[in-house]
Design a protein around this ligand. Structure first.
Ligand SMILES: [Zn+2]
Length: 168
C-alpha cells in the first residue's frame, strides 16, 4: 500500500493562504505551520559540516546578497513541486526568504556527533565530479567527528565487557 501523503494541500488551502498573509512574525508562521503540518519539519541544524566549506559559504553569500540574517537549516520530510503541494512550497519559500535554508531529510544527514549538515552521497558525488572540496570518501559523520565516535564506541564496549566480568 502506498504511504498516505500527509503534506498535500488541505481543502481550505485558500483560507490558510489568507492566514499566512496575516502573519507578522516568523513565530506566527511557525505556529501556523505546526497547526497544519506538525510533522513536516524534522530538525533544525546550525550549519554545514566543516568538510563542506563551499556549501556553507554559498549559503552565507546568498544571505549577504539579499541582506538577510543567516538563520538555521530547516530539514523537512519532503518537498513536492506540483500544484497539489502549494502550501508546503509557500512555507519553504517564506523560510528561505527569512534567511533559513530548507532541505529535505533525503538531501541532508545530520552528523551523529555534532549535528552539522552532511549532503547525501549523490550530492557528494556531483560535488566531487565538479571539483569542489569534499572529503576523500563520503561518510555519515564529519571527518573530525569520526575518531571521537570510534573512541566513544570503544569506551562503551570496554565498559560493557567490564560489567560482564564483574557479574561473573
Ligand atoms: Zn560532526
Amino acid at each position: 500500500m502506498e504511504e498516505e501523503d500527509i503534506f498535500i494541500d488541505p481543502p481550505n488551502v485558500d483560507e490558510i493562504i489568507e492566514s499566512i498573509k496575516k502573519c507578522r512574525t516568523m513565530k506566527d508562521i511557525n505556529d501556523l505551520l505546526y497547526e497544519i503540518y506538525p510533522k513536516w519539519i524534522v530538525i533544525y541544524l546550525e550549519k554545514y559540516s566543516d568538510d563542506y566549506p563551499q556549501l556553507q559559504s554559498n549559503w552565507e553569500k546568498i544571505t549577504e546578497q539579499y541582506n538577510i540574517k543567516k538563520c538555521q537549516m530547516v530539514i523537512v520530510q519532503k518537498i513536492v513541486n506540483d500544484d497539489k503541494h502549494t502550501l508546503t512550497n509557500i512555507f519553504a519559500e517564506i523560510y528561505t526568504r527569512a534567511g533559513f535554508i530548507v532541505r529535505t531529510k533525503d538531501e541532508i544527514i545530520p552528523c551523529e556527533k555534532c549535528f552539522s549538515a552532511i549532503p547525501n552521497i549523490e550530492t557528494y558525488e556531483n560535488m566531487k565530479k565538479s571539483g569542489m572540496p569534499v572529503p576523500e570518501r563520503w561518510l555519515r559523520v564529519c571527518e573530525k567527528c569520526l575518531p571521537i565516535l570510534i573512541e566513544e564506541k570503544e569506551k562503551r564496549e570496554r565498559q560493557k565487557s567490564k560489567t560482564i566480568d564483574e557479574e561473573d
